[in-house]
Design a protein around this ligand. Structure first.
Ligand SMILES: [Zn+2]
Length: 273
């Protein structure tokens, strides 16, 4: 499973490759000639992103740019929000460099960490050109979308709306669902077989989230919520994460959500192989 973090702070399918204003020109070295090929410096910019990386990783900028700008356009439409500045995208050439530059409370950075949303203005990822064997090139592209969506989520629902930092299951679940970082269906099926289906609110605890397939299950929570309640109501829930009945409808409680979600899992994941 892809391991990412997002300290505070989401979205799309890879099919949404729209025109995005990404330059197809060769990357621009703006260091004034003082940078070297191996330095992580500003190499290129698109309307809403600045790309920092080594010269070798500049080869992936156009691909990442297309994905991020198109997903940003989708999210902007979804939330009626238009970003008017830029987000820095820092791409690190190897795991050692990446792990030395992420923000982590201890020196024990997980070896599988491949992406981080630092805040509303900055994301960091391992280069998709050098992410094996932890994750594939394509998986890291999804991580870049996931972290960007976190940055936008944080802007729209925390910085602008002034709401509290969302629970993990909302923040990670929506970010994973919209970035199309799919769960391992065999894990879900096995948890169903073993009678280990968790409660949604249990994922508000970070340790429980990390130790109980939080990324996998939170994806399915949004799969369920969107199929049951639709984007308009779920969007309200994103904005008001503590107000379930207000967001999803009269009489909807966490107990009802858990019951409906479990039924959804059993109906849709029991026969996965
Ligand atoms: Zn995340």
């Amino acid at each position: 499973m892809i391991s990412t973090t997002c300290r505070r702070f989401i979205v799309t399918s890879l099919t949404a490759l729209l025109a995005c204003g990404c330059s197809s020109d060769k990357p621009t070295d703006t260091s004034g000639g003082t940078g070297t090929d191996n330095q992580i410096i500003l190499r290129s910019s698109s309307p809403h992103f600045n790309y920092y990386c080594t010269l070798g990783d500049a080869a992936v900028i156009d691909t990442i740019c297309t994905l991020l700008e198109s997903n940003l356009a989708r999210v902007s439409t979804l939330y009626g929000y238009s970003i008017d500045d830029t987000i820095d995208v820092r791409i690190y050439p190897d795991f050692e460099t990446f792990h030395n530059n992420v923000e982590w409370p201890t020196d024990d950075v997980p070896a599988t960490l491949v992406g981080q949303c630092v805040d509303a203005d900055e994301i960091k990822i391992i280069s998709p050109l050098n992410s094996e064997p932890i994750n594939s090139y394509g998986e890291i592209l999804l991580v870049a979308i996931h972290e960007t969506l976190h940055a936008i989520h944080f802007r729209v629902f925390v910085v602008i709306a002034g709401e509290t930092y969302p629970p993990n299951w909302i923040f990670e679940g929506f970010g994973s669902f919209e970035a199309n970082i799919r769960p391992n269906p065999d894990i879900i099926r096995q948890e169903i077989v073993d009678g280990n289906l968790p409660l949604i609110q249990q994922f508000e605890d970070a340790d429980f989230f990390n130790n109980n397939y939080g990324y996998h299950f939170s994806y399915t929570i949004f799969e369920y919520l969107l199929s049951e309640y639709g984007y308009a109501k779920v969007s309200t829930l994103l904005r008001y994460p503590s107000r379930i009945e207000f967001s999803l409808g009269e009489g909807v409680t966490m107990e009802i959500l858990n019951e409906g979600w479990h039924e959804f899992l059993i109906a849709n994941y029991s026969n996965q192989t």
